[in-house]
Design a protein. Sequence first.
Length: 430
Amino acid sequence: MTVRPLWAGRSLALVGILLVALSLRTPVAALSPILDRIDDDIVLGPLVLGIIGAAPPLAFAASGLLAPWVARRLGLERGLLAALAAMVLGHLGRAVAPESTVLTLASVVTLLGVGVGNVLLPPVVRRYFPDRVGLVTSLYATLLSISTAVPALIAVPVADAVGWRLSLAMWVLVSAVAAIPWVAVLLERRPVPVVAPGDEVRTGPIELGAIELGDAQAAATEAAVESHPAPRARVGARMLRSPTAWAIAVMFGSSSLAAYACFAWLPKLLVEHAGADDAAAGALLALYAFMGFPAGLIVPVVAARFPRSAAWLALLGGAFFVVGYLGLLLVPGTATALWVASAGSGPLLFPLALVLINLRSSSPETTVALSGFVQTIGYLLGAVGPFVVGMLHDASGGWTVPLVFLLVVVVLVLPVAALLARGRTVDSEI
C-alpha cells in the first residue's frame, strides 16, 4: 500500500489521539499520593480506600462491555468525546466532593471514561492511520507512560501549594483540551482514510515493540467495536479448557493485582514503612510507573521475535517482583528507589500477556475470544489486590503481612512459565 506522510490530511486526528493518551492515566495516578490529605479533610476509612483502589480494574473490565455499545450508538469519534466528557465530570466531581461517597462515585465515572477511551483508541488509530499503526501506537503508548508518571510526581507538591481539590481539578484541563481536535474532526466531516482491499497495515522493525502490541490490540478491539462478526459463544466458553489461555489470564491478572495494589497503597507504605515523606513517596510512585515504559517497548518485540522467550520473560518479571518486595520487606529504608524500580519492572508481565494474546491464537475469532477471556479474568484478579492489601494492613497494623501476600502471588508465575514453555496455541487446545 502507499505510505502517506504522517500528517497528511489527518493532523487533527493525530493530535487528538496523542492528547487522549495523555488523559487516560491521570485519574488513577493523581489520587493515591494525596489520599492522606483528602482523609484529613473528608474521612475516607479503610473500606472507601479499598473501593477506590479496586475501582480502576473493575471499571476497565466493565468498560470492555460498555465501549462497543457506545461506539455502535455514537461512532468512534463521538464515543471518544463521550469518554472525555465522563472524565471531565469525574475530575470535577472528585475536586468538589463534600464526602467520601461523592468522591467514590466521581472516581467511578471518570474511570469508566478512561476504560471506554482505552478500548476505543486502538481502532481509532487503525481507522486514521492504517499505514502507520505501529508508529502511532508507539507514540501514544509513550504518552500513556508519561500520563502515569507525571501526576504521581506533582500531585503532592501541588496539593501542598494550593490544596488537594485543585490538585485533582487541574486534570480537567487535559481531558477538555483533548476533546478539541475531535470536535474539529467531526465539524470537518472529512472522509475517513481506509485501507484498500488486499492491502496490509504497514509495520516494520523500526517501530519497536508497539508493532505487535498495537496491532494485536487494534485488531481485537476493532473486531468488537466496528461490528465485525463476534466470536461464537462456544469459542468463548471453550477458553476455559485451554491451559495456555489460563496461563496468559493468570499472568495478566497477577501483574494487574500487583500494579493496582501498588498504585493504591505504595505511597502510604513508603511513608509508614520506609520513612519517606509525602513528596518522596509521590516521586517513587512516579518511578514505579515509569518502569513500565521500557518494558512496554522491549518485551513485545522480544516475545514476537523469539517465540521461546515467553516463559523466560515471565520468570524475569517474577524475579523483579521478588527482589522489589523482599527489599521493601527487609531493608525498606535502604536503596528504596532500587526496590521500587525492581517492583515496577515486574509488570513487564502485562505487555507480555497482551502480545501473547496475538501470538498464541491462530484465527481472528480466537484472538477476540482470548482477549475477552484474558482481560476479564485479569482485571477481576487485579481488583482483589487493593482490597486484600488494605485489609491485611488494617488487620496487622503494618506492612509485613501485605508484602508477604504480594510475594505469595508471585508464585503463580511458576506454573504460568511452565505452561508457556510448551509453545502451544490456544486453538490447538480448544
